[in-house]
Design a protein around this ligand. Structure first.
Ligand code: 3HC
Length: 301
């Protein structure tokens, strides 16, 4: 049965080439997923060649690992390697029919990227945002064809977690939404249609937890104590390990969006800000980084 609000799949457009904007860890994971499941050309772009090369190498290395685990045969792996490429020049997106962005969590940056991209892609090309928290409608506002913008939000690690939040903006049309659901199915994800509300559903919930955890830290509870505090709940990961997986900067920016929307419920944490500014790993070999623990003790003294 078709979920409420999801248009008929007959409206979906075929995707024959995918563009990924960004070549960081999230973007590279997306490139891997798209090439593996859709088996169409996937092209990555980023600000400089070094980042692009790093993104393409990540995809190639992961393909090698899949072969080593016998999840891919060598013939398919060779084909997939040949389908992935990178460039610093966004004109490679001219014939892409599905472009997804996974860049820094900043509304103005995303709007600028979409405006630039509209001059390159065809009017039918779908523009998907993997934003963790920012409004899809606001990203689309001001574009010539805002109806082809859709939220397409994955969870770390992308290859493993099945959920995909698909977000309909105010102006997203049925063909775009139907294509997003069809692509989600090809990617073997469990897609859900969620409202274009700050941080959507999962990150809203998760950030509420992170926000409370950091209130306890800001009040003086040590990081290692807070880290084990949720063990009785049987979650797959401890909170500080999850912070490392998501990236403290991403968590912080999602928190900022939610703080702006609901200032009484999502409080700013000076210690999370310190961690972000220090750019240190929060965990090293499954242990809390002592430098980060010190940073916090120093901060709350
Ligand atoms: N990157 C890629 N793959 C990873 C990985 C990583 N960081 N960590 C683990 N994996 C893979 C392993 O290779 C393994 O794959 P395999 O079956 O092919 O060998 C598989 O995941 C299972 O790994 P393990 O058996 O080692 O470990 P676990 O069973 O403990 O599972 C986990 C690891 C899947 C990461 C699990 O701990 C988990 O689900 N954690 C919670 C993650 C979560 O909540 N993510 C959502 C974050 S919010 C978000 O991303 C949104 C964004 O907008 C902020």
């Amino acid at each position: 049965k078709r979920p409420v609000g999801v248009p008929d799949k007959s409206l979906a457009r075929k995707v024959t080439k995918v563009g990924v904007i960004g070549a960081g860890l999230m973007a590279s994971q997306l490139a891997l997923l798209f090439v593996r499941r859709l088996q169409v050309p996937v092209v990555l772009t980023d600000l400089d060649q070094e980042r692009v090369d790093k993104g393409v190498s990540y995809v190639h290395d992961q393909i090698d690992k899949l072969v080593a685990k016998r999840r891919l045969d060598e013939g398919t792996a060779a084909k997939l390697r040949g389908l992935v490429s990178g460039s610093v020049d966004k004109s490679v997106f001219a014939d892409a029919d599905f472009v997804i962005e996974a860049v820094f969590e900043n509304l103005e940056l995303k709007k600028q990227i979409w405006a630039e991209l509209e001059k390159i892609v065809t009017p039918e090309a779908i523009l998907a945002t993997n934003t963790s928290s920012l409004s899809v409608s606001e990203q689309a506002a001001g574009l010539e064809h805002p109806s082809r913008v859709v939220g397409f939000h994955f969870f770390n690690p992308v290859a493993v977690l099945p959920l995909l939040e698909i977000i309909k903006g105010d102006q997203t049309d049925d063909a775009t939404l139907a294509t997003a659901f069809a692509v989600g199915k090809e990617l073997k994800k469990s897609s859900v249609l969620v409202k274009d509300a700050p941080a959507f559903v999962v990150n809203r919930l998760l950030t509420r937890v992170t926000s409370e955890i950091f209130q306890a830290i800001d009040a003086g509870t040590p990081l290692d104590v807070v880290n084990v505090a949720m063990d009785p709940l049987g979650l797959p990961m401890r909170p500080i390990a999850l912070l490392q997986l998501v990236g403290p900067a991403v968590a912080y920016h999602v928190g900022e969006t939610l703080h702006r929307a609901f200032p009484d419920r999502f409080l700013d944490s000076p210690n999370l800000k310190r961690i972000v500014d220090a750019k240190l790993p929060v965990m090293i070999d499954d242990e809390i980084n002592p430098a980060v623990a010190e940073l916090i003790e120093g901060g709350s003294a």
